[in-house]
Design a protein around this ligand. Structure first.
Ligand code: PHE
Length: 344
């Protein structure tokens, strides 16, 4: 019997089976059939016992050669299958970078904060720093030390949410004036603004809100004058309403400033000629201001002979309403996204 020929025949068939194997599983089966304990090669190994001595060597070599040839073909195929698998995975998991992306719905700065940011930028440029104060205030800081004793009739100007007899929701950002003055024990020059929420007992409607936003300004040093205040207000008005604007100061009354002024800006709609926006006056009222009242300086331990200053308080909603023609102050707080997104 020519074992060599048989082996060649088996090897050829095994190689064909290898070629045909489409995946690792069928390849393993071929290997199993060929070289496992019960496989073809093992069968010929066992035959060694029966062949005559002089043929043993030849058969042994033939078996080894067949085994080696098989393993070579097997490894080659295994490598090929592995590459195929990688290719398949790569093409399956490929990312199409040309597909349009999903847009993330990000938020944006609220219109009131946009205005606060704008003004903050202006004042920081002028050398001011930003202060903060609590929304729950004492009667003392919110009124008393601002020259509004308990019996003062001007307290009625600001209907107050009282928490206890002595604590309240601040009705304006002016108590931060007091806090800043008291904090400044070295009596260094003061130049601060303070943006923040304030509260008044109003019934909410289109033009009234129990909560709104102010920016307080305070400058105190040894030589601040009304003309410094006017120049500062002019810068602010132009930043808010355009470079061509003018301002006008009208006498007014606040207990914590003397003299006090109401500040009008020339109408940004008609340029001052008169229109429905400015009720045909050419001017629009935008904020209150004045020179810090001596009584306030004294209450905070400053000698009015040596120190003077100015203060202003501006309503942020009012500026937004004027600038964008908003007809309902409640829109700022009800957070209808259709409203908010207009100011993206
Ligand atoms: N605190 C005042 C108000 O809320 C505004 C103001 C501030 C006026 C500072 C003068 C000086 O109405």
């Amino acid at each position: 019997m020519d074992y060599g020929k048989e082996l060649m025949q088996h090897l050829t068939e095994a190689k064909q089976a290898i070629e045909k194997a489409g995946d690792n599983k069928s390849l393993q089966k071929v290997k199993n059939d060929y070289i496992s304990k019960n496989g073809i090669i093992s069968k010929y190994m066992r035959k060694m016992r029966d062949v005559p001595k002089d043929e043993k060597k030849l058969l042994g070599k033939a078996v080894n050669d067949a085994r080696e040839a098989f393993m070579k073909a097997y490894s080659k195929k295994q490598e090929a299958l592995r590459k195929e698998e990688i290719e398949r995975k790569l093409s399956e998991e490929a990312v199409d970078v040309t597909l349009p992306g999903k847009k993330l719905d990000t938020g944006h700065v609220h219109v009131l904060n946009q205005i606060i940011d704008e003004l903050t930028e202006l004042f920081i440029g002028l050398g001011y720093t930003v202060e903060e104060g609590p929304e729950i205030e004492t009667d003392e800081y919110n009124f008393e030390m601002l020259n509004l004793p308990k019996t003062h009739p001007a307290r009625d100007m600001q209907d107050t949410f009282y928490i206890t007899e002595e604590t309240l929701l601040r009705t304006h950002t002016s108590p931060v004036q007091i806090r800043t003055l008291l904090k400044n024990t070295m009596k260094k020059p003061i130049k601060i603004i303070c943006p923040g929420k304030v509260y008044r007992r109003d019934d909410d409607d289109q033009t009234h809100s129990h909560q709104f936003t102010q920016i307080e300004g305070l400058v105190v040093d040894e030589k601040t004058s009304l003309s410094d205040l006017k120049g500062t207000l002019l810068l602010m008005a132009r930043k808010m309403f355009g470079e061509e604007r003018q301002i006008r100061l009208r006498p007014s009354y606040f207990p914590f400033t003397e003299p006090s002024v109401e500040v009008d800006v020339s109408c940004y709609k008609c340029g001052g000629k008169g229109c429905s926006m400015c009720k045909h006056t050419g001017w629009i009222e935008v904020l209150g201001a004045g020179m810090v009242n001596n009584a306030v300086l004294e209450a905070a331990g400053y000698d009015p002979e040596n120190y003077q200053g100015f203060a202003f308080g501006v309503g942020i909603e009012r500026i937004a309403i004027l600038r964008y023609g908003i007809d309902d102050i409640r829109s700022f707080f009800t957070n209808d996204l259709r409203f908010n997104r207009q100011f993206r």
